[in-house]
Design a protein around this ligand. Structure first.
Ligand code: NDP
Length: 328
């Protein structure tokens, strides 16, 4: 099947591309520059893969050309969304590209790619929770309660990011309800995504947010704020979930909480010290064994998508090995 993958140069997307190709799909990805497309072409040399340039997913009609392919598209995976905290304007830097990018791909498919049967969107645990008033156990039924007013005015970039993911996913479900397109929608809600880095990284200073967290722990660098999300999913398991969702009839028009397990910073650090003896004693003592004051129910992703989450040790070891290969 011909599949369009947006944000192809990202940490998660390169694994989605890998999984799509391994499942026999023919893939076209969107990237923001030729250089990023050529990096992927080199990485997946000889595979049925091509790229198109989409410089700004939030621009009107951004995907209009990308969705017209030969042979026609059967499915779309939309992973592109800004995930960084270098924010000067919540609306311009985060909310507009996240929300308009999501409605933009749905509109383009609805108008111009009638052959598409399913769209899978990478949402986030951020669309489920803003960490206020946690329930005993998080499930797919729960939504982040931030308002648009908070999203626009918060001075906390992490809160603005969480709101961008909540409002983007909401907008997708509103589109489905109001437009009743001929395709189905599946949304996947992961917490921190860890695992091997395959995408182009020119400098370790430019790492994607979640891999930078592993790097900081490996290097023993003091964090500036609170510990942050103490749950994770392996990037390869999440990428596989995107691909399996395309043609699993039980996944259509469903939302999935994609969490492998809760894990404290100390667990992560202990795995690193056990497997990478060179850092023993170098890591700061700040890593605590605290776990979040709530549980997670990931049974829908296990039972419906058939995800067999990898052990944390495999995720962390492979993440660190890839960072070492990049010079960490
Ligand atoms: P990356 O930053 O590595 O990837 C994001 C991708 O989106 C990049 O290809 C980026 O292009 C592209 N992108 C961002 N903004 C624009 C824009 N305005 N126009 C065109 N392209 C754009 O992040 P991840 O791979 O980690 O994230 C992928 C998805 O997963 C995102 O939707 C994110 O919200 C979600 N997610 C990630 C989590 C994590 O822990 N990593 C946790 C939960 C959800 P470029 O690189 O050229 O800027």
């Amino acid at each position: 099947m011909k599949v369009l993958l947006t944000g192809g140069s990202g940490f998660l997307a390169v694994h989605c591309l890998d999984a799509l190709l391994k499942h026999g799909h023919d893939v076209v990805v969107t990237v923001r520059s030729d250089e990023k497309g050529q990096y992927l072409q080199e990485l997946f040399k000889g595979k049925p893969f091509s790229y198109v340039i989409v410089k700004d997913i939030g621009a009107e009609g951004a995907f209009d050309e990308a969705v017209k392919t030969d042979p026609p598209l059967g499915a779309v995976l939309h992973t592109a969304s800004p995930f960084h905290f270098k924010i000067t304007d919540n609306k311009k830097d985060l909310l507009d590209p996240a929300i308009n990018g999501t409605t933009g791909i749905l509109k383009a498919v609805h108008r111009l790619a009638k052959s598409v049967r399913s769209v899978v969107i990478t949402s986030s645990f951020a669309a489920i929770s803003n960490y206020s008033n946690p329930p005993k156990v998080y499930t797919e039924e729960i939504w982040n309660d931030q308002t648009m007013d908070e999203a626009l005015n918060t001075t906390n970039p992490q809160a603005a990011y969480r709101a961008s993911k909540k409002f983007a996913e909401k907008a997708a479900w509103v589109f489905m309800e109001s437009q009743k397109p001929s395709f189905t929608l599946t949304t996947l809600c992961p917490p921190m995504i860890y695992g091997p880095v395959l995408h182009q990284v020119k400098s370790l200073d430019d790492l994607n947010v979640s891999s930078a967290r592993i790097l900081r722990l490996y290097q023993g660098i003091q964090r500036s704020g609170p510990a942050g999300s103490l749950m994770h999913v392996d990037v390869r398991d999440l990428a596989l979930a995107h691909v399996l969702a395309i043609d699993n009839p039980r996944a259509l028009n469903q939302r999935f909480l994609m969490v492998a397990q809760l894990a404290s910073e100390k667990e992560l650090r202990d795995i690193m010290e056990k497997n990478f003896p060179e850092i023993r004693g170098h890591l700061k003592d700040e890593a605590t064994d605290a776990l979040p004051p709530f549980g997670i129910d990931n049974s829908k992703s296990v039972n419906v998508l058939g995800i067999n989450y990898r052990p944390l040790e495999e995720t962390i070891v492979d993440a660190v090995k890839s960072l070492k290969a990049l010079g960490a």
